[in-house]
Design a protein around this ligand. Structure first.
Ligand code: GUN
Length: 285
């Protein structure tokens, strides 16, 4: 069994990116810049945002951390996005989700310049992905694919099963896996909360992607012998952080699996940095 080490892989990527960042800064007189906007006090969001800002610093990317009060209005947040869109030192804009209840996320995401949308959430970037055009890809699905690529695990000709149909993970993963590209060419099944007999599908997966957010929901007997398992879920439980897959129950029958924590999570942040560096390189020519 191969443990797909996202922590070590992301560290390798971050070292590579630090070199690109230095070269960009030398050539153009400024480093890549990422604005990270958080509204309110959601504790999990604060942890994620802190990790993203720290990762920027360690890579030489300039980060602007904007912390707005819980009471921020739609118009105020739109103003912040407009200012960041117009700011030439900012290459990437990330608005951490979820937003407080009074705010409507979609019009905010729609307002971000698609060429600064390093989260890949803007409809233009989702559309580009659907059409196979270049654009920003959502960081978690991109991180899953990059982790597999670096371990030489290609889904081509295989049956990939995704559990979860979210806009952030399941949907873009399904698009990436079916594309006629190096890491695509899989036959894709997407399962979700209304799928009857989930196990019947997961047992047929050569590549299984679990993105549900229910700890341990994929049990050992739901995976095929020799499958490659990518566990995107991360839930806080009394036993610590847990993935969607029962890791201990399947570790001896799979050929490769991501641990939680230390699998997909660090890869997500590495892809955010990758997108920011790409955005900067594109902007500066
Ligand atoms: N909330 C949970 N995951 C994400 C993410 O990848 N980006 C943003 N902006 N918010 C999130």
């Amino acid at each position: 069994m191969i443990l797909l080490d996202g922590k070590a892989t992301s560290q390798t990527i971050r070292t590579e990116l630090a070199g690109e960042v230095r070269a960009l800064a030398e050539k153009h007189g400024r480093p890549p810049g990422l604005a990270v906007v958080i509204v309110g006090e959601d504790p999990a969001s604060k942890v994620y945002v802190r990790m993203k800002v720290k990762a920027c610093h360690e890579t030489g990317i300039l980060s602007r951390h904007l912390e707005l009060p819980e009471s921020t209005s739609q118009a105020e947040l739109e103003r912040v996005v407009d200012d960041l869109n117009a700011d030439p030192s900012i290459d990437g804009i990330l608005v951490q989700l979820p937003l407080p209840r009074q705010l409507d996320a979609q019009p905010i995401l729609d307002r971000i310049n698609p060429d600064k949308d390093v989260d890949g959430f803007h409809p233009v970037n989702v559309g580009r992905l659907a059409l196979g055009l270049p654009g920003f890809v959502s960081c978690t699905p991109a991180g899953c694919m990059e982790l597999l690529r670096r371990y030489g695990l290609r889904p081509e000709g295989k049956h990939a099963v995704i559990v979860g149909r979210s806009n952030i993970v399941g949907k873009p993963l399904a698009l990436l896996l079916q594309q006629p590209t190096e890491m695509g060419n899989a036959t894709v099944t997407v399962c979700h909360s209304r799928t009857p007999d989930l196990a019947e599908h997961t047992r047929r997966a050569d590549f299984l992607f679990a993105a549900i957010g229910k700890p341990g929901m994929i049990s050992g007997d739901m995976v095929k012998d020799g499958a490659v398992v990518v566990d995107v879920g991360i839930s806080r439980t009394d036993d610590g952080l847990k993935g969607d897959c029962d890791f201990e129950a399947m570790r001896d029958r799979v050929s490769a699996i991501t641990p939680v924590p230390g699998g997909v999570g660090p890869m997500t942040i590495a892809m955010l940095l990758r997108n920011t560096v790409d955005s900067c390189a594109r902007r500066l020519g």
